[in-house]
Ligand binder design. Structure first.
Ligand code: NAD
Length: 486
């Protein structure tokens, strides 16, 4: 049985305690590997290695040397593309077409984009007068923040982890990564790529394990970490935030959402259906930016529901190796139980079940997997938990609206503020509505169209801070002003 070990100071090491846990394939419920679980000792070793690398070779490198190495990391991922793809598909069960198009290429791109960006961002200079007439010159420089603790989720494992590690390393920091216990493999594989690319030992460290009373909690309690970047659930973000408060450590939080799609009667319906299909069902609904609440203007409500139903029923459920499949399983039994509990609650509350609502019948060899039907409801009240809480499954509730004001109210009424999608061919309306939606990202006539130079993050309970482009520099560097009296 394959073992996945921690990657500390450039070496793969097992846990001193001998503790291990199973990594399960969500498509069939079979064990893929045994994963070492880090205790406080391994987390401490990793943090110390990261500190030593920061004070040593990595901290002493020129920007040019560092960015060249990060290009080599991206090339290294691409050179082993098929291995990364296989590992990500086994851990998540997601369709190969999706992972080969998004997860792996974006995972590699995250190193090049930030390596290139850091070389081209200017800082500021101010000349100031002084009473003696000689004046002073202020200029600012950026310095790495230090040792960054990176805690990442399972839905887009390599992509979301490198989205943090790429800019962190480009800015000269060192990292200790705690990937999700559900998806440890690509983070481990990246250790091999880092080593081969010439990343000095201790710059990239990985500790595996769970959150509470395990690697995640030990990492967020370790006083040797200077800042934390986290993607995951809002409640976990609160815990990490309170741990980071000790020692006044900085945090970047990318958290949950309950995103609204707003479909106006003047939209291009073909585009709105295609986009809503992706936003509700891509990655089996396990995308933080996904749309679980769809508000459709009344004149096109019935047609929209009918067409989305037809499209959802056309999704092909299957394992990664099935080239026709576009809907994989949920990540785990726990996640399926959670999603199913919302499916049951919707029916109990009197929802109209448009399609889905249960577990699909799968062939014998896949019966042990965490399969689920894509599901659509109408008719729930505004205060139903199905409409107000993040489900993180392939489902959406569709509700009619009449006026623009009503649609904006619906989009904004929950404590989350991650993303929204607005569908209309009227550019004035699009601009007006997008400007009033309380979310970090609003797409107009699109969904998940990402330019990596743009700010990414959530407002309200969906997060703190923005990553992407120059905005990543705000978190991963300390901006220092130097004032010279002339
Ligand atoms: P999660 O919060 O359960 O886990 C995320 C990570 O945190 C995992 O590595 C986990 O082991 C770790 N963790 C859990 N408890 C911890 C603790 N007490 N201390 C330290 N670490 C701990 O989230 P998940 O289930 O892996 O991911 C799904 C969630 O992530 C959804 O809410 C989704 O919306 C959110 N998400 C947000 C974004 C975004 O950019 N805003 C992107 C992807 C996912």
């Amino acid at each position: 049985m394959k073992e996945i070990k921690h990657f500390i100071n450039g070496q793969f090491v097992g846990s001193a305690s001998g503790k291990q846990f199973d990594n399960i394939n969500p498509a069939n419920g079979q064990r893929i590997s045994r994963v070492h679980e880090a205790g406080e000792a391994e987390v401490d070793l990793a943090v110390r290695a990261a500190r030593a690398a920061l004070d040593g070779p990595w901290g002493k490198m020129t920007l040019e040397q560092r960015t060249q190495i990060l290009h080599a990391v991206a090339d290294g991922i691409n050179a082993r593309f098929d291995e990364f793809l296989e590992a990500e598909c086994l851990d998540t069960g997601k369709p190969r077409s999706l992972a080969s198009h998004i997860d792996i290429p974006r995972g590699a791109a995250n190193f090049k984009v930030f390596a290139d960006m850091i070389k081209n961002v200017a800082t500021e200079t101010f000349e100031m007068p002084t009473p003696d007439g000689t004046g002073a010159l202020n200029y600012s420089i950026r310095r790495p923040k230090g040792v960054i603790g990176v805690i990442s989720p399972w839905n887009l494992p390599l992509l979301l982890m490198t989205w943090k590690v790429g800019p962190a390393l480009a800015c000269g920091n060192t990292v200790v990564v705690k990937p999700s216990e559900e998806t440890p493999t690509t983070t481990a594989l990246l250790g091999e790529v880092m080593k081969a690319a010439g990343v000095p030992d201790g710059v990239y460290n990985v500790v595996h394990g769970y959150g509470a009373n395990s690697a995640g909690a030990f990492l967020t309690a370790h006083p040797g970490v200077d800042a934390y970047t986290f993607t995951g659930e809002t409640r976990t973000g609160e815990l990490i935030m309170s741990n980071a408060a000790k020692g006044v450590r900085d945090i970047s939080l990318e958290l949950g959402g309950k995103n609204a799609g707003i479909v106006f009667a003047d939209c291009d319906l073909d585009k709105a259906i295609e986009g809503t299909m992706r936003s509700a069902f891509a990655n089996c609904g396990q995308v933080c930016l996904g749309t679980e609440r769809v508000y459709v203007q009344r004149p096109i409500f019935d047609e929209f529901v009918a067409r989305l139903k037809t499209a959802a029923e056309g999704l092909v459920i299957g394992p990664p190796e099935d080239a026709s499949a576009n809907l994989g399983p949920l990540i785990s039994e726990k996640q399926r139980n959670k999603v199913l509990s919302y499916y049951q609650q919707a029916v109990a509350e009197g929802a109209t079940l448009v399609t889905g609502g249960g577990i699909p019948d799968m062939p014998d060899e896949l019966k042990g997997g965490w399969w689920i039907q894509p599901t659509i409801w109408t008719g729930l009240s505004d205060d139903s938990p199905v409409v107000t809480e993040e489900i993180f499954g392939p489902c959406c509730h569709i509700q009619p609206f009449d006026t623009e004001e009503e649609a904006i109210y619906q989009a904004n009424r929950l404590p989350y503020g991650l993303a929204s999608a607005v569908w209309t061919e009227n550019i004035s309306r699009a601009t007006r509505v997008a400007g009033q939606i309380e979310a970090g990202i609003v797409w107009v006539n699109s969904w998940f169209l990402r330019d990596l130079r743009t700010p990414f993050g959530g407002s309200k309970q969906s997060g703190i801070g923005r990553e992407g482009g120059v905005h990543s520099l705000e978190f991963y560097t300390e901006l220092k002003n130097i004032c010279i009296k002339l």
